[in-house]
Design a protein around this ligand. Structure first.
Ligand SMILES: CC(C)(COP(=O)(O)OP(=O)(O)OC[C@H]1O[C@@H](n2cnc3c(N)ncnc32)[C@H](O)[C@@H]1OP(=O)(O)O)[C@@H](O)C(=O)NCCC(=O)NCCS
Length: 212
């Protein structure tokens, strides 16, 4: 994880952005500012300044070279994250001090792991992923870029989740199941079979319908 050095720019001043800002603060970042499309109307996000728009990456970058995409929605967050990388920003990952991460797990850039989450040995978490509050990702899981694992969701061992998929709050996924790209797993679902790309699956056991 990057040491908290210099100012930190967060892109997206919504609720998710505020949660990430507080996690960054807990990790020692003390000069935090946001970019958001609501600027200049929006100047303060809770306690942190909003200093420009997300579209205007040139605005503060002379002074701020460390940045992080904090948009809750998976596709725009991943796109923004990739723009940051292309534009030469340093993009850290953030792990809340109360999360438990195996020393044998890998966490990608632009990923945040929230309070109480657990990531076990051999898991590989991609870039711009949200591992939300109290989520559990067991051994050898493969989590693609731009995925969101919602609060309290549990992935058993060797689960694979494709790019930009969203595992809903409190969902469980059986071991060795593959969830495709751009999938929506509904709140509370129990996923016991593979789910193809771009499907929505809900219920116990989870059943699919097309589209996210
Ligand atoms: C699955 C989901 C995406 C469906 O959203 P939607 O397309 O707007 O669906 P609707 O709310 O219009 O509901 C359509 C039907 O699906 C049912 N349904 C919706 N979500 C469901 C779920 N998670 N499990 C079972 N059934 C569900 C509704 O009861 C409704 O049934 P009906 O037609 O018999 O009345 C959404 O309900 C969901 O679970 N999102 C996850 C939210 C989440 O995890 N948030 C965490 C944020 S950090």
């Amino acid at each position: 994880m990057a040491r908290p050095e210099g100012p930190l720019l967060l892109l997206g001043a919504g609720g998710h952005g505020r949660v990430v800002a507080e996690i960054a603060e807990a990790l020692g970042w003390n000069d935090i500012a946001f970019l958001d499309r609501l600027w200049p109307e929006l100047r303060i996000n809770l306690i942190w300044p909003v200093i420009g728009t997300v579209d205007d990456l040139n605005f503060p970058t002379e002074a701020r070279k460390t940045a992080f995409a904090t948009i809750g929605s998976n596709r725009p967050r991943l796109e923004l994250h990739r723009r940051l990388i292309e534009n030469g920003f340093a993009v850290p990952h953030f792990v809340h001090p109360s999360a438990t991460i195996s020393r044998y797990a890998v966490i990608g850039r632009g990923t945040v792991v929230m309070p109480g989450a657990v990531v076990n040995a051999g898991a590989r978490i991609g870039e711009a992923v949200i591992v939300n509050t109290g989520a559990s990702i067991d051994h050898d899981c493969r989590i693609g870029d731009g995925v969101h694992i919602s609060p309290g969701a549990c992935l058993a061992g060797q689960v694979a989740v494709g790019e930009r998929s969203w595992i809903g709050i409190g969902a469980v996924v059986r071991e060795s199941v593959t969830v495709g790209r751009d999938v929506m797993i509904g709140a509370g679902a129990a996923v016991v079979m593979d789910i193809g790309d771009s499907q929505t699956a809900t219920g116990v056991p989870a059943r699919t319908r097309t589209g996210t």
